[in-house]
Ligand binder design. Sequence first.
Ligand code: KIV
Length: 289
Amino acid sequence: MSTTFQLDTATSRANPTPAPMKRLTVPAIQRRKFEGKTKEPLVMLTAYTARQAQLLDQHCDMLLVGDSLGQVIYGLPSTLQVTLDMMIAHGAAVVRGSYHSVVIVDMPFGAYEASPQQAFSAASRIMAETGAAAVKLEGGQAMADTIAFLTQRGIPVMAHVGLTPQAVNALGGYGARGRSQEEHAKIIADGQAVADAGAFAMVVEGVVEPIAIALTQSVEIPVIGIGASAQCDGQVLVTEDMLGMFERVPRFVKKYGDIAGFISDTAAKYAEEVRARTFPGLEQTYQPK
Ligand code: KIV
């Protein structure tokens, strides 16, 4: 039995604890796609903190420590400002808070594109310092050599094609991709290239649905959609988007909750009680014996 870190919800501390079950593995995820189809879709959500991971873990197959944490956690304008150290700190927290899901950590912009060797040095730090099972990187044909280099050296890679947010400046925005014949063919070629290079799975983001379906049917590895199609082998969303943390979300997000409203209403109640001196009450204060 392996050791993990369980969050003690009474104290918020992470304690080394024997894991109650064996964690899912990268090969097990890949095996879920048989004969060109995943019978039960794979479930992936983003996670950035230990407590969030603890809450999501039992419901997911994979937890993605996405570089979307730049906007979601740090209020940055895009993912371009996210650093390797940020990804490592959050990756380690998510591994500590989970014991079931495969944890995948995004490689941040600038940490892997220059060469396969640069990618290996960033990815090996991620693997060694977080305990995650895999890394994710953006790019198709241009990243095929890098994906082969990493996978041949023991680092499982999830690829990311279609709308690749780190390339926002080159793409000219976050609009859906693949509306022209040329773009359609390029995205399919990208997906096939990363699968041939040895990626164990890929994210396809923000593409017209026929591309997502064609890609899912044409490669043997799981294709995880976001703004893609229910026909993909699995789905991923940014957890905060799905929880309703933000008013404005991309069209492809379904809000399953209203966490922003809950936080605001709860903070308003707290503020009212503080101002009325009804908090803290007897139950929250220490009285002499
Ligand atoms: O950074 C991220 O959260 C992602 C997902 C949206 C796929 O890459």
